[in-house]
Ligand binder design. Structure first.
Ligand code: GLV
Ligand code: MN
Ligand code: MN
Length: 420
């Protein structure tokens, strides 16, 4: 079988077209961003757009009970387990065009190229997009793939609510993606995800392709800190119970944890959301709800960091005279991708004259859930502007995207033509 290549222009045009759905003009930067927060009307429109592309390519589309979408191209041997490519098309509220979309639209570009070359693989191929990978609306990341692979139950997922109290199941139904097929996925033969790195490493090193070795552990907490609302001008400092100061102490402690080296060089800590109520300039807030995001490539160090931070929450209650409650909203262990997938990604890149390096993913991905089911792995491509992501400036060039999808195509074909 001659080795086909994808069409870089068609791929880039397809990323641009999806990027117009949920697009907004960012007044601060003058850039055009994307907001397709999970299960909003924009996500629904993005989903319908992609499903239309899937059908246009002749794929058989199914939607499962958590809204994951699978598009299947039959193989010469339909009874064999398929090879799957996938990712997500939901986004954070301040996104660019590439996060997740490259994996899904890259998968469809692979199919388009195979169609064009008249190539049929031995095994069936499936291109998937999973529900709410970002987790920024309902609080749990990799939601759809976690349900599909049995880490989360359907019932637990349905019962999640967003900040406005809206129920995930109702929102899935409202956008027309509460499907009826079984959510527990039969193991595909292999799973491959092409994604932007979302960090500075590949671009800084001038590397074309990241061979992803695995994903680091992620731990998210939601904190509710209750103090005593008071007038900013009249209340003596000694009489205050200020939950904003408590949140600030925790944020500073988190940074100290990450920079101290006590939890390894890979520790990352972020308080990305801090919401004071009532949130007025001249009022000591009554309450602060804030988030904690901890990441570490070492499970034992992550557990120690979590325990130490939780201990510090109690200390802050005493120091600031506040009541603090917290809940775990997401937690994943480190994941190591299959050696065979890593090796094939590296070999495919080399065969195309592309430079590679092995890299641990700092971000969470659907591939880490799929790794429970099958031999799974990822192809990373570099990003411009220090690989900025979750931001309208997010940009991987036409060539960077095409390199990644061509490598994915080669690896996919290697698995898809493998006899049982
Ligand atoms: C997903 O994008 C994450 O937060 O890693
Ligand atoms: Mn992503
Ligand atoms: Mn993301």
């Amino acid at each position: 079988m001659s080795q086909p290549s994808i069409d870089p222009d068609r791929l880039y045009a397809s990323l641009a077209a999806l990027g117009e759905i949920g697009a907004y003009d960012d007044p601060r930067t003058g850039l055009r961003g994307v907001n397709r927060l999970a299960l909003t009307a924009a996500d629904g429109a993005g989903r319908r757009h992609v499903v239309e592309q899937m059908k246009r390519l002749g794929l058989a589309v199914t939607v499962d009970r958590i809204g994951n979408v699978y598009a299947r191209r039959e193989g010469q041997r339909p009874e064999l387990s398929p090879v799957m490519m996938g990712s997500h098309i939901d986004s954070v509220e301040t996104a660019g065009r590439f996060d997740g979309c490259l994996g899904v639209l890259g998968g469809l570009e692979v199919i388009a190229s195979l169609n064009q070359h008249g190539l049929r693989t031995l095994r069936p191929l499936v291109v998937a997009f999973f529900t709410d990978e970002e987790g920024s609306r309902f609080g749990t990341d990799m939601l759809g793939s976690a349900v599909a692979t049995g880490r989360l139950t359907l019932e637990a997922a349905y019962a999640l609510r967003d900040k406005r109290g809206l129920l995930l199941k109702d929102e899935l139904s409202a956008i027309g993606f509460l499907g009826d097929s079984e959510e527990l996925l039969a193991a595909p033969y292999a799973y491959l995800e092409c994604h932007i790195e979302q960090g500075p490493v590949l671009r800084a090193n001038g590397t074309d392709i990241g061979v992803v070795t695995g994903v680091q552990a992620i731990s998210w907490h939601e904190l509710g800190i209750v103090g005593k609302s008071a007038h900013a001008g009249t209340t003596p400092m000694g009489l205050r119970a200020d939950p904003a100061v408590a949140a600030a102490r925790i944020a500073l402690r988190m940074r100290e944890m990450a920079t101290s080296g006590r939890y390894g060089d890979g520790m990352r800590t972020t308080m990305g959301s801090i919401i004071p109520r009532p949130g007025l300039v001249n009022v000591v807030p009554a309450e602060v709800v804030c988030s904690v995001d901890l990441r570490n490539p070492d499970d034992a160090l992550m557990r120690r960091a979590e325990a130490d931070l939780i201990e510090y929450y109690a200390e802050v209650e005493t120091l600031e005279n506040v009541k603090l409650s917290w809940r775990q909203t997401a937690r994943t262990e480190t994941v190591r991708f299959a050696d065979v997938v890593q090796d094939r990604v590296e070999a495919a890149a080399k065969a195309r004259g592309l430079s590679t390096e092995r890299i641990v993913s700092g971000a969470g991905h659907d591939a880490q859930e799929m790794a429970r089911l099958t031999q799974a792995g990822m192809v990373f491509v570099p990003g411009e502007y220090d690989g900025i992501s979750h931001n309208p400036r997010e940009l991987s060039t036409r060539e960077q995207c095409a390199n990644g999808v061509n490598v994915a195509l080669d690896v996919l074909l290697s698995f898809a033509n493998e006899e049982p």
